[in-house]
Design a protein around this ligand. Structure first.
Ligand code: DX5
Ligand code: ZN
Length: 218
């Protein structure tokens, strides 16, 4: 079980200090947005490369960008631990996942709340992580969409039946009152932005989220 704070809710002019504050977490979730796939803009490979150089934790890069096939492998080349791209933004998801793995990173595929996961089930061996978005991607601080939980349950069944080591990640609206719902449905990797960086004590927020997830994970 992993807690991945999202630096989307951190102070962008002090990102080195912000990643150093979350050393008790598992990975740093890095949201790359291009103002095209989503209506918001963050940063690109130059910033991610610098984060990779200074972060005490491995990087879990979430690409919310169009033309993922073209850009995703470059983030693996920067040394990111995992690179997750959106199914809606890729034309050849399998080739892109293979290109990410060939560069030494774990390959992840993400789906927006309205995107079905059935086409992915037979492709599970190609991926190390599936990210079920629990809000519409683009912004932190939105409300958790419980209607996405059936997708998580179906993925959990398929992953367990396959015996593969595929992590199931949730992202969006994850906080103390929702993390247990996602854990119970089968998630094992939890992204939290505002619930961590919006807290007076990031260390206790991480510990409390971890305990709340552990109480429901099976
Ligand atoms: C939203 C991003 C999330 C965001 C989550 O599109 O992908 O990673 O930081 O923020 P919270 O946890 O505040 O919903
Ligand atoms: Zn994200």
């Amino acid at each position: 079980m992993r807690i991945n704070p999202s630096i989307l809710s951190a102070d962008f002019v002090n990102l080195q200090r912000e990643v150093e504050r979350i050393a008790s977490a598992d990975l740093v979730h890095v949201d790359v947005m291009d103002n095209h796939f989503v209506p918001n803009l963050t940063f690109g490979p130059q910033m991610v490369g610098r984060l990779q150089a200074v972060s005490p934790l491995p990087l879990d890069v979430h690409l919310m960008i169009s033309d993922a096939d073209r850009w995703a492998p470059g983030y693996a080349e920067l040394g990111a631990f995992s690179v997750t791209f959106h199914a809606e933004a890729a034309t050849d998801a399998v080739a892109t996942a293979r290109a990410i793995r060939a560069r030494g990173s774990r390959a992840g595929i993400a789906v927006k709340p309205g995107t079905a996961i059935e086409p992915l089930l037979e492709l599970l061996p190609e991926f190390d992580q599936v990210l079920v978005m629990t809000v519409e991607p683009g912004f932190g601080g939105q409300s958790f969409m419980a209607g996405t939980m059936p997708k998580l349950r179906a993925l959990r069944s398929a992953v367990d039946a396959s015996g593969l080591d595929v992590w199931l990640q949730v992202d969006g609206g994850i906080a103390l009152d929702t993390i247990g719902i996602a854990a119970e449905a089968g998630a094992d990797t939890f992204v939290a932005g505002s619930a961590v960086y919006g807290s007076a004590s990031v260390e206790s927020a991480i510990a409390e989220l971890r305990a709340a997830a552990a109480a429901h994970v099976h």
